[in-house]
Design a protein around this ligand. Structure first.
Ligand code: ATP
Ligand code: ZN
Length: 226
């Protein structure tokens, strides 16, 4: 990515739960894109705007390192990355422009349904499987609970049955996945929705003008579908 470019670069999830709505929102705001499945970069045909299509986990770092101008990402992924970067002394600043009306989910503690569970203190000295070790530990610390992590990037919900952990801390929207794995949701530790974020360094005047035009359009689109 050419940082001196006058084209505004927006990072979105390439394929996943946020992709369709991210592109849909930008299109509803008047940006025209033709997307080619294999391509990382998509140029807008009617605005000096480029879409960078990446894994959602990469978006916070691209913003905090100033590699891209704007990003659309779940608050869960954003806050996890921020906590990790704070802990490892990497740049962790960004600007939050808008909360978006999609990507709603929650990060919850769940335990096997046959377990007797009377609250988070029951997880003292237990092991919890998660993809979000920093969000989990930050919650446990606030609750005064000491538990260890089993960090998995996928299949978190099978960890208790596989004997890897006593509980899980996983994203939930309907609860169907938990139920299918014999788990019961107990504590909501973080509520999330998609966010529009900007890199910390000020934008060039040309880019700022595009953002100034984009924000009221986002407000209009979101208001209309409330
Ligand atoms: P990638 O390949 O980009 O890393 P992923 O598998 O990590 O994709 P998805 O499952 O597509 O991610 O979810 C992306 C984001 O969508 C989540 O981080 C969260 O913010 C949001 N989301 C909304 N509903 C759910 C849900 N039911 N389960 C998981 N994530 C959800
Ligand atoms: Zn991801």
């Amino acid at each position: 990515v050419d940082k001196s470019s006058s084209r505004l670069t927006i990072a979105i999830q390439k394929s996943g739960r946020l992709s369709k709505e991210s592109i849909g929102l930008l299109q509803a705001c008047g940006f025209k894109f033709s997307l080619h499945e294999a391509r990382l970069l998509a140029h807008s045909s009617n605005q000096p705007v480029d879409l960078l299509r990446v894994r959602d986990d990469d978006i916070p770092g691209l913003i905090m390192d100033g590699v891209v101008d704007l990003g659309l990402v779940g608050e869960n992924v954003l806050e996890e990355a921020r906590l990790e970067r704070v802990a490892t002394n990497l740049p962790s600043e960004f600007e939050r422009l808008r909360a978006l009306d999609f990507g709603q989910c929650r990060l919850s503690i769940a335990v096997p349904k046959e377990d007797d569970y009377n609250g988070i203190a029951d997880l003292n000295s237990k092991r919890i499987a998660t993809t979000y070790p920093y969000l989990l530990q930050s919650y446990l610390q606030r609750q005064g609970v000491k538990a260890s992590n089993a960090v998995l990037t996928g299949s978190v919900e099978v960890a208790p049955r596989a004997g890897l952990a006593d509980a899980v801390c996983d994203l939930v929207s309907t609860g169907a996945t938990l139920e299918a794995n014999g788990l019961v949701e107990k504590d909501i530790i973080f509520r999330s929705q998609a966010q529009l974020i900007q890199r910390p360094e000020p934008l060039s005047a040309v880019k700022q003008a595009i953002v100034d035009q984009l924000l009221p359009r986002i407000d209009g689109v979101q208001m209309a579908r409330e």
